[in-house]
Design a protein around this ligand. Structure first.
Ligand SMILES: [Zn+2]
Length: 145
């Protein structure tokens, strides 16, 4: 399993993660695309919210609204993203709890964490999915320019 992330979606996450996140606040949103057995394509990211320095939360109503929007757009809601400005792409304990709730409802959802202030592309973005047993694991992200 891997992620194919299209530039447009990547740019949306970076743009809202930097321009709107001063002073270094987290931002969060949803990801639209196409899931298959081998990969998840992410065509669009939609910014929804700004949070605190190390906390941002999407409400169930945000997810529901995005789900309805995906139907209208003729695409799928494939996951959520949020930023960790300048503190890396490892999930926090809150992130893990949030994803356990989401994975109960939607086992194939992906969680992307992005550090918009990180210069090194390898440590700038990470994608996490759930195994069938419910363990979290990191999968490769390919940015398609
Ligand atoms: Zn986080």
């Amino acid at each position: 399993m891997r992620i194919i992330l299209y530039r447009r979606a990547y740019r949306t996450m970076i743009r809202y993660g930097t321009e709107l996140s001063r002073p270094q606040k987290e931002s969060a949103g949803v990801l639209f695309g196409e899931p298959t057995h081998e990969y998840i394509k992410i065509y669009y990211a939609e910014y929804l919210k700004i949070g605190e320095h190390a906390f941002v939360e999407l409400e169930p109503t945000d997810i529901l609204r995005s789900y309805i929007k995906s139907e209208i757009l003729g695409t799928k809601l494939v996951g959520i993203y949020h930023t960790h400005p300048d503190f890396g792409v490892t999930p926090s304990s809150i992130d893990l709890k949030t994803m356990k709730i989401i994975w109960d409802i939607s086992p194939n959802a992906v969680m992307i964490i992005l550090d918009p202030l990180q210069q090194d592309i390898k440590n700038k973005i990470a994608a996490y999915v759930s195994s069938k047993r419910g363990n979290i694991y990191k999968i490769p992200v390919e940015i398609r320019w």
